[in-house]
Design a protein. Structure first.
Length: 181
């Protein structure tokens, strides 16, 4: 139920609206970030490399045990396990695991300590702690078997492996880089 001043004399009248039939005019704000991104050359995934990157980022955002699955911190129950080896190259996974090892050594003496933040506290795939939206991309360079793509919060090096694409390097906009020069 909504209360609306319908008389112009300060009287408020309660009106019931069927929300399925209400048309709201002037709701351009939610589209503004996507429109802004498109203006800067960013767009929804188009090329095969961008679409592969898009799938990995969205899947990683949905993986509640990403750091455990990727970095093997703690065992993950089988139905929650995600195997990143088909999406990320061996070199990239090794670079992420090396960075994790270095951070755990620095922050917690080389061991995970209950109640302490030891190692990464963000997704090394998306370079964020939260879900990123909208997912937009801009291919910076594209050759036959590799591409450099700017994404929501990182730049990615993609390489073609067989008929698909894998992420081979990630350079976060703020912070770390993994297998990316």
């Amino acid at each position: 139920m909504f209360c609306v001043n319908v008389s112009g004399e300060g009287k408020v009248k309660a009106l019931k609206f069927n929300l399925h039939r209400v048309v709201v005019v002037g709701t351009l704000l939610p589209a503004a970030p996507a429109a802004h991104a498109v203006e800067n050359g960013f767009h929804p995934a188009k090329s095969a490399a961008e679409m592969a990157l898009d799938r990995v980022l969205k899947m990683a955002d949905g993986d509640e045990f990403q750091l455990d699955n990727l970095l093997h911190r703690y065992p993950v129950v089988p139905k929650k396990q995600v195997d990143y080896r088909g999406m990320l190259t061996v070199k990239l996974i090794a670079a992420m695991q090396a960075e994790e090892h270095k951070l755990v050594a620095k922050d917690c003496g080389g061991r995970y300590l209950e109640g302490e933040i030891c190692g990464m506290d963000y997704s090394p795939i998306t370079c964020a702690q939260d879900t990123i939206a909208p997912y937009t991309y801009k291919t910076l360079t594209q050759r036959a078997r590799d591409a450099i793509i700017a994404g929501p919060s990182a730049t990615y090096r993609m390489i073609q492996v067989g008929s698909g694409w894998q992420i081979d390097g990630i350079k976060c906009t703020e912070g770390a880089a993994f297998n990316f020069r």
